[in-house]
Design a protein around this ligand. Sequence first.
Ligand code: SF4
Length: 396
Amino acid sequence: MTTATDPGRLRDAADKAVAGGELTAEEALLLYRGLDQPSLGLLANDVRLRLNPPGDDGTVRVTYIVDRKLNPTNVCVTDCGFCAFYRAPGDPEAYVLPREVIYQKVDELVAKGGIQLLLQGGHHPKLRTEWFAELFTDLKRRYPQVWIHGMSPPEITHLGKLEKRPVRDVLQDLKAAGLDSIPGGGAEILVERVREIIAPKKATTTEWLEVFRQWAALGGRGTATMMFGHVETDAERVEHMQRIRELQRETGVFTAFIPWTFQPENTAMGTRMLQDRGGLKATVAEYLRTLSLARLYLQNVQHVQSSFVTQGMKTCQIGLSMGADDFGSAMLEENVVSSAGCTHPASIPEIERHIKDAGFVPQRRNMLYEAVETPATDKFGMPKDRQKRIVSQVEA
Ligand code: SF4
């Protein structure tokens, strides 16, 4: 174990985290700056195994979900400097997906045994709550079995401002229409100094947290994210996690924490955002150390996800021994990070193979992290009952 200037304090902080104690920001930074990557990872793995223990047979499970990203529109008026996905209103590449295209995408999801739509998009100046509510109602009518994980906090905040009404009312309408849970997108770093540089027009820290507070009051659940490796300091990463931990203590709203690194390619501010880092993206080690720190610091959030979409399969596999217990989603489509030049597509068998090769047992899950059965598949990797389900949909 590498020691910092005060090995006694370092050891105390490590013991506290492993015993389930709540680290202070100072202790978290001490561990982050004072321990090497394997040591930090080992501590985080201890916590991971306590929070998500092995089964009776001694095997350690790693979960994943089969879902599909759906970005109903790329039109956005929020102009985040790190975003390569959005287009301004009137841009020749701007789109709002027609219903038939959305249905076609959901048909593909269902045919492949997927159970969830991750539905996020731009802040369109004209699409109101009513438009999304109608979409959710239609989707639930056609696909009652599909879980809608959608509308990140900044999208909800945008609708509230557009319609000049409280976010609670927006959330109530969307929930009534079929919204099942909320993804933690748009959190980036929940520190105003950072947000003012990278996304000055986006929901503030207070607004982002307030959406989840109100959603929790309605009985909802969701996920928390962190996009790091740009203008933030390591102390600001801990500050971000502290805000998540406090809201979780208050509400219990978060099922999982998902950290991922900034992808600068094709983004307007990519170079500027890396200026303070000597132009360098976050390394694999920096990703893994931050993942481990998150596991140690956020012990009231049960699950931590390793992200292969942004980090690649190999890094994601290592993350499973350094604090993460979830492999994320077998996504059928991802536009936002792929617009920034980051694509690590993977089939379901490939994901399972990577989990097994890392020494774990793959387990399919739903958004609430409940185990779901893996359907029997045909030689093409498609669920055997897909024909029956397609026919019943057509008949409906
Ligand atoms: S990150 Fe979201 S809010 Fe920001 S510009 Fe892109 S689509 Fe708009």
